[in-house]
Design a protein around this ligand. Sequence first.
Ligand code: F6R
Length: 609
Amino acid sequence: MCGIIGYIGNKSACDVVLNGLRALEYRGYDSVGIAYMDNHGASKVVKQAGRVEGIYPLINKANLQSHVAIGHTRWATHGSPNIINAHPHINGDGSILVVHNGIIENYLEIKQELTKNGYTFISQTDTEVIPHLIDYYSKHLGTFEDALTAALNDLKGAYAVAVITTKEPDKIYAAKLSSPLVIGVGKHNEYFLASDPNAILEHTKKVVFLEDYDLAIISRDKLFLKDLHKNIPKHPKAELLDYDRDKVVLGDFPNFTLKEIFEAPVAIKAATLGRIQADKGIVKLGGLEIVATQLKLIDRIVIVACGTSYYAGLVGEYLIEEFASIPVEVQLASEFKYRKEPFSRSSVLLTISQSGETADTIAALNKVKDYGCLRLGIVNATGSSVARLTDAGVYCHAGPEQAVASTKAFISQVTVLILIALYLSDGTNSYRKLLKELELLPGKAQKVLDQADKIKSIALKYKNYKDFMYVGRKYCYPCALEGALKLKEISYIHAEGYAAGEMKHGPLALIDKDFPTLALATDSPELDKTISNLEEIKARGGPLVIIASEGNKKITKLADDLIYLPETMEQTQPILSAIVLQLFAYFIAEAKQVDIDRPRNLAKSVTVE
Ligand code: F6R
């Protein structure tokens, strides 16, 4: 989604900003722009619909020496992705230049007011009100800082903004509300600005995370911070990030989606590394140690997440209830915030997020801020907003996920949920067996990947169907939902996920020879019931692709196509099945020659609600 980079210092600001924007590209965007001050303090804007590379040739060589610049990658919310709607947006005389992440919810009212006052708008964006509003206040208030403060205090919604002005060409102004923004402190009179710290890690690890209602005024040799509401100065608290930016290279893979699917075995290993000792029956989660005593007193867990992370949460619900006997419910973050349900101090809010920047998930955390309950996170991106907002948590350690569609993150989220279920368990049930199985799982995941050619040939057989049904029971049910999501988002084919037992309550009406079903029918106590559901689909002429446990012969006669999973426990089946479903969706998308890493209309990190 939208990204912001800024730089002030002795280096070429345009270079730093464009490289930073490149680092944010994987998040998905549709247009890009940069604003900088030339050597005479005049402002320049270069923007276009399309990719960051396209901007380089448009910048005058002489201006590559500019020392102040802000840049933006836009993912369209208000108005289509074109050059006019791309950021930066400017006021009438081009003296105020703004890039913005988030959504200004009251932009229409502001626009109306400003229009009455003679302002003209050229874009369809919410952002364009910001430079005009600052301009308006500049005419009525003393300093640029006063005007900006007044303008920001009028905005409702979410924003991270960077502003430069020809009135003060040696400064960058930055502010945030519910949208992340971090300032990197460079070594030699320089500062960096980014909506994601990873994008500036190559320059500095010393950063100041802006808090809501902070306004930063950045010059080459000074960072001044103030509280916008109270209008009083604040001391900038610099911290040292203790992680490195993992080098992301494609290697021999044609794209990141396939690479990341093939990283499943490594993702499982990384999630369990140093956390389990199967022979001793030990699960150690360092990230939960500080809340270990509180965790003994909890009586309810509410898992909140979006998309694929939500489906991982549904697997977690079965796991935690089965192993820790704690009631769990899973809610979509985008709905959670509207509920007025009772939430006691003995409840836990457990958020799951790959990026740690998903706006709805952050809103859920903010909602319960004053409830006195524990707020935990299962997060992949180190140092992200969710990681920072939670009291404690467990990192996935899956490494950066670049492709928009989440694959290895799901694998590691479910692995971590198994660890948490075991950690909260009193050691009963199949505790030791599951722990042992976790050690064997990377090898089994590799065996699934070794079947990629077979899965590809089945996928190609089905590539021209327009609709798909995905079904499963119990642990396989969330997997059916996730499989359908994967197919929809990367191949643009309509797919629905259903609990197998629900088929005859409605969706069975859809089934005919043109509506294939991908059935998760791995070994479990419920398998016979699932088989009955599949018989009902077969009886209606629906083609069946079945994922079954190795050696299960009962299923053979039902399946039009059959993919075997290595024998594993019921609780770990979602991990192995997910790899099959990811590959199936991938190969259909590949056959359709679409941009698999960056599906249309989607973004990696969904930073707007
Ligand atoms: C689907 C996908 C999305 C994300 C969702 C949550 O493949 O990637 O559904 O899972 O946007 O994102 P995170 O996990 O970053 O909060």
